[in-house]
Ligand binder design. Structure first.
Ligand SMILES: O=C(O)CCC(=O)C(=O)O
Length: 259
């Protein structure tokens, strides 16, 4: 079992989440856990790609980011990390209501190849999938060192307080409308969220975020689990993922025992 401090935000983290829309939990995964999870994910990539399980999302410059997404959380390493009590505890405390797993995915920026994600709020599109309220958030677990050079996440600090902004569909991505973005860029601090492997960014569904292309020789992989309040489950079925399913939390680090 994890300690109480592992599964609850500290007072400072909770205050940052309320004020800024995010906080970084340093070392959510230990170095051994990162090694285990990342090693497994990297080793699987080729087989998953051959089986057609990897999506490739292009950015405006034509760079492709690899993406793998699951519709349910099983007993493999991915499903077990999404249900790990540390992840669930941090997500549930910050959402402030009983939660379930909305989605989990791996975004993989390959060296010199991985593309950009444009500014958006996740709730910008979750709303279109039948979620009424922004009682939703995500935890981005950094599997590699994430830096400005390899395309770390960027956030506009405090923009979760704006509520949901209009979004448009562009090049396969759902991006915030340009004029609201321009105004937000003038008024909110732009932060490059650099992280070490194992660090986790807990961020609100309405926080504006993006990332640049990977201009380095290093990988930039991140595992993103998104959570929703049970009472906010979609009122209609639009996607195969995100629909209510009971969240069966598992002990910290259970994924290390999975094949
Ligand atoms: O992996 C990234 O850099 C960004 C991913 C993202 O913004 C998303 O999946 O909504």
């Amino acid at each position: 079992m994890a300690n109480d401090t592992d599964i609850r935000p500290t007072a400072d983290e909770a205050a940052a989440y309320a004020r800024d829309g995010y906080f970084i939990r340093k070392g959510l995964l230990s170095p051994d856990e990162v090694e285990d999870f990342r090693g497994h994910a990297r080793a699987q990539l080729e087989a998953e790609a051959a089986a057609g399980g990897i999506m490739s999302k292009g950015d405006k410059q034509g760079n492709a980011t690899l993406l793998k997404m699951w519709t349910t959380a099983g007993d493999d390493k991915y499903g077990l990390l999404a249900r790990d009590e540390r992840m669930v505890g941090l997500a549930e405390s910050t959402i402030g209501a009983p939660i379930y797993l909305y989605s989990h995915k791996m975004t993989m920026k390959q060296p010199r190849e991985g593309g950009a994600w444009e500014w958006h709020q996740d709730f910008g599109y979750w709303y279109n999938y039948g979620c009424l309220a922004p009682q939703m958030n995500s935890i981005y677990v950094s599997l590699d060192r994430a830096t400005r050079e390899n395309g770390c996440l960027q956030v506009l600090k405090g923009t979760h307080a704006l509520g949901r902004l209009d979004h448009i569909r562009e090049d396969g991505q759902t991006n915030v409308s340009q004029e609201h973005l321009d105004a937000a860029l003038e008024r909110f601090e732009h932060v490059y969220v650099e992280m070490e492997p194992g660090d986790a960014l807990v961020f609100h569904g309405n926080l504006l975020h993006r990332s640049d292309a990977n201009r380095s020789d290093q990988h930039r992989w991140g595992y993103i689990c998104s959570y929703n309040a049970v009472e906010n489950a979609p009122f209609k079925r639009v996607r195969d993922y995100g629909n209510y399913e009971e969240l069966k939390t598992v002990a910290a680090g259970s994924f290390k025992d999975a094949a």
